[in-house]
Design a protein around this ligand. Structure first.
Ligand code: BEZ
Ligand code: FE
Length: 299
């Protein structure tokens, strides 16, 4: 669209932006000053670029108000908005700079809880959650290839119906646990083969997706958070190679090619790791070798 304005109009608009910027000139905290200046510059540029109408401004305020109305201690619509606009993923990308072959990070998501049970090597995280059993194994090393014994590996995922335990509204703990890497940095556990599921789409963010022809679906994934002293904590997921949703697109832009892993199906009756008797059901297996970046101070 052609939004050309006269030089006088443009100068008046720029003068307002400059006046607002000057209003923050006395801000003591230099970071706050930098953030506010950038906010004002970009916000004013947006309003001017699209020639925002007053009705559109009101609609935007109503949308943000609706995000606030649906937000409570279990539902955070503003984070969801940030997620579908790619702002969460851009923040993750900025804060986890590529470092050699260190494993890439992705979004945290709203379904982590920090008191998940510990399981031993070969344990099962399912806790009653339904889904195809999946053996997950790998190592945790630094970028120098040295193992990281004792690394804490938190894992969590949705069940085959696409729900996390916390979405059931009872007190169940299922499909989540933590495991410590062994003396060689190795780990292995039983989880569930991940399946695609939608982000919560019954609120204003869901309406935004519908209005723009976008799907709320996330590509199938298994969440990891890996931490160890001296290393940058890694928040990531692995995705399932061949998942249709990888082609259609992930609603929160969380996919990175390096995080797509093979989940090989094993026919019923194939002997299972860690002495598990699966009673003749098919299962999957995958491998995820985690490489941790050093914390900046420890490099
Ligand atoms: C998730 O992976 O669980 C998730 C991430 C972002 C928004 C909603 C859900
Ligand atoms: Fe998830």
């Amino acid at each position: 669209m052609d939004h050309t304005v006269t030089p006088e109009q443009s100068a008046a608009e720029q003068a307002l932006t400059d006046r607002v910027l000057r209003s923050f000139a006395a801000t003591d905290d230099p970071r706050l000053k930098e953030l506010l200046a950038a906010l004002v510059r970009h916000l004013h540029a947006l309003v001017r670029e699209v020639r925002l109408t007053e009705a559109e401004w009101e609609a935007a305020i109503a949308f943000l108000t609706a995000c606030g109305d649906i937000t409570d201690d279990k539902r955070q619509e503003f984070i969801l908005l940030s997620d579908v606009l790619g702002a969460s993923m851009q923040t993750v990308t900025v804060n986890n700079e590529l470092d050699g072959d260190a494993t890439e990070a992705t979004v945290f998501g709203p379904f982590f809880v920090d008191d998940a049970p510990e399981i031993p090597f070969g344990g099962d995280i399912a806790g009653g959650a339904v889904g195809e059993p999946c053996w997950v194994e790998g190592t945790v090393t630094g970028t120098d290839g040295a193992p990281v014994p004792g690394a804490r590996i938190e894992v969590w995922e949705a069940d085959q119906d696409g729900f996390y335990d916390v979405q059931y509204g009872d007190d169940r703990t299922a499909a989540r646990a933590w495991i410590a890497a062994d003396a060689n940095g190795a780990y292995g556990f039983w989880g569930l083969r991940p399946t695609p599921y939608p982000i919560p789409a019954d609120g204003p963010v869901g309406r935004l997706l519908a209005a723009t022809g976008r799907s709320p679906m996330r590509a199938a994934h298994l969440h990891f958070m890996v931490s160890a002293p001296g290393f940058r904590t890694l928040v990531t997921h692995i995705f399932v190679e061949g998942d249709e949703q990888l082609v259609v697109g992930d609603s929160v832009f969380g996919v990175k090619d390096s995080l797509i892993k093979r989940f090989d199906r094993q026919p019923a009756g194939t002997p299972a790791p860690a002495g598990r008797d699966l009673g003749g059901v098919a299962w999957s297996r995958t491998r995820f070798d985690v490489v941790l970046a050093r914390e900046p101070a420890a490099r």
